[in-house]
Design a protein around this ligand. Structure first.
Ligand SMILES: NC(=O)c1ccc[n+]([C@@H]2O[C@H](COP(=O)([O-])OP(=O)(O)OC[C@H]3O[C@@H](n4cnc5c(N)ncnc54)[C@H](O)[C@@H]3O)[C@@H](O)[C@H]2O)c1
Length: 130
């Protein structure tokens, strides 16, 4: 038996990088995947690849800073797959400027995407998990 057989996983930032790799690995282990990201074109490609390789995947655009987007993804996931078992809060951004060159707006955006989104995601998904 595969390690994630019958599990449903939402993965954020799944259009590239670690998120896309996680999605492919989880699918190989039997999970049904909901790929999410702000980059719809890449999301579609990753989903198609997973399906071609025999996995089960759907995708939805999700900006992790939007409570509305989170609600839509939870609704889509529960409608399509009947529940949620796993949330991978992977989406993130970085700034490579030095502290002295940095600006507050960029800092706040990074906090929103990398930190505050964790609260929004868990808050949206937890009722379906419970
Ligand atoms: N690559 C590294 O060396 C490294 C090291 C430590 C931590 N991380 C963290 O791992 C995670 C993934 O990194 P990666 O290297 O795969 O990055 P990546 O840039 O390849 O992928 C990040 C994905 O997040 C998406 N994204 C950005 N903003 C978003 C938003 N508001 N809502 C939804 N999706 C959004 C992007 O479109 C992209 O597809 C990030 O959180 C990053 O900070 C990466």
């Amino acid at each position: 038996m595969k390690r994630l057989e019958n599990k449903v996983a939402i993965i954020t930032g799944a259009a590239s990088g670690f998120g896309a790799v996680d999605a492919k690995l989880f699918a190989k282990e039997g999970a049904k995947i909901v790929l999410t990201d702000i980059n719809e074109e890449n999301l579609k490609q990753v989903a198609e690849q997973i399906i071609q390789d025999g996995g089960i995947a759907i995708y939805a655009t999700l900006n992790v800073t939007s409570p509305y987007d989170w609600q839509k993804v939870v609704e889509k996931t529960t409608t399509e797959f009947g529940g949620i078992d796993i949330l991978v809060n992977n989406a993130g951004i970085a700034s490579y400027s030095s502290f002295m060159e940095s600006d507050y707006d960029t800092f706040k955006k990074i906090m929103d995407v990398n930190l505050n989104s964790q609260y929004l995601g868990i808050k949206a998904v937890a009722p379906a998990m419970m």
